[in-house]
Design a protein around this ligand. Structure first.
Ligand code: B12
Length: 321
């Protein structure tokens, strides 16, 4: 039966997840005639999203779709496509449409719920969800379809969303076993001197905080010397510098040269340089004083490096031996 392929028909498991109840509860509602359903040729129950949402309203069971009336179906299919299908295409088109109509509250909720979905890691949420959307926003601005004020407004929405993820804590939240501030590894994070793009750096901050780090966040346009001074005064284990266009590889090399000059071997640290420069810059780990140095194009790459020992004190690093 072709129509069950529609994204708006849910399995009992999906229905249970959406309402945060046990699958057996959903089956009972079906059996008791409280929740309409159809059956596939194979005999599996399929519940239409509209029927499920009606039951959730009648019984006061909140779902994340409650913020999106009357677009629940669009949001459900878009977020599912990101979580299960691996593509953010629908999320992005929905978001562009809402930006066009200035539905800013809906837009905020859309990104918030996307990031909270268990099928979307924080890294993918930022690397594909947020960054992919902002590439479209930048394009629309360049093509004259968006005013600069609208681009700024969108940027502020995403900053607000990212900040909320600091408080939500990571999926691994308490598993780090660290609570006292003194136990935590320390990072200093900001964007390179001369750069006003700060969202990449902010995302790195939230990523590390969710992994159990203490972060000193310096924002954008930070003089290189100040990264060095802050590392020393805070005894940081890691310094992260974000680069974005219009910065170049020469800016990155200058940053590394200055940090090398200021390096104090009694207070060792690793250096993570990240961002999108449109060119690959490689540094020789052995020729430089840092414990480790790495360049990263995305949050996912840093996360992976941390898990495999880029910084020894990372709370989630897979300990060897
Ligand atoms: C928002 C924005 C702004 C905002 C920034 C606000 C803020 N608080 O950050 C404002 C309005 C200030 C701005 C200013 C400018 N912008 Co602007 N901006 C953008 C936009 C739309 C989004 C950038 C963004 O935040 N992306 C989301 C983040 C998450 O992505 P990201 O920075 O790439 O970070 C990811 C990775 O690179 C990596 N990463 C980044 N840093 C780090 C660090 C570490 C340690 C790690 C591990 C990983 C990592 O992980 C992140 C997640 O995936 C882009 C569009 C685009 N195509 O990117 C244009 C864009 C980058 N801007 C552009 C331009 C031209 C400018 C201006 C020069 C405009 C002007 N004439 O004034 C100025 C630059 C001023 C300056 N000196 O920096 C161009 C650059 C083109 C070029 N070839 O140079 C772009 C591409 C727009 C376009 N299509 O033309 N911009």
């Amino acid at each position: 039966m072709e129509h069950f392929n529609s994204d708006l028909y849910l399995t009992t498991t999906q229905a249970a997840e959406l309402l945060s109840v046990h699958a057996s509860t959903v089956k009972r509602w079906c059996n008791d005639g409280e929740l309409p359903f159809d059956k596939t040729e194979g005999g599996h129950r399929r519940i239409h999203l509209t029927d499920l949402l009606e039951l959730s309203r009648d019984r006061d069971i909140p779902t994340f779709l409650r913020h999106f009336t009357p677009y629940e179906g669009h949001v459900w299919t878009a977020i599912r496509q990101a979580a299960e299908g691996g593509s953010f295409h629908r999320v992005h088109s929905l978001a562009m449409g809402w930006l066009d109509r200035a539905h800013m509250k809906r837009l905020t909720w859309l990104f918030y719920e996307l990031g909270r979905h268990p099928g979307v890691s924080f890294e993918r949420f930022v690397d594909e969800g947020i960054r992919g959307f902002l590439v479209m926003v930048g394009q629309a601005w360049r093509d004259g379809q968006l005013r600069i004020g609208e681009e700024h407004m969108m940027t502020e929405v995403l900053i607000e969303v990212l900040i909320r993820f600091r408080e939500l804590g990571g999926p691994d939240g308490d598993s780090t076993g660290l609570s006292a501030e003194g136990d935590r590894p320390v990072a200093v994070i900001g964007s390179m001197e001369g750069l006003r793009h700060s969202i990449g750096a902010l995302a790195v901050r939230v990523l590390l905080e969710r992994r159990g780090w203490d972060v000193f966040f310096l924002g954008s346009d930070v003089p290189v010397e100040d990264f060095a001074a802050m590392q020393r005064s805070r005894g940081a284990d890691l310094v992260c510098v974000s680069f974005s266009l219009p910065a170049t590889g020469a800016d990155m090399r200058r940053c590394v040269r200055i940090l090398s000059e200021f390096y104090d071997s009694t207070q060792p640290y690793s250096l993570a340089l990240g961002g999108d420069l449109g060119e690959v810059v490689v540094f020789d780990d052995d020729a430089l004083p840092f414990s480790r140095i790495g360049t990263f194009g995305a949050l996912g790459d840093l996360s992976e490096a941390l898990s495999t020992g880029f910084v020894e004190s990372d709370p989630l690093a897979l300990k060897h031996g």
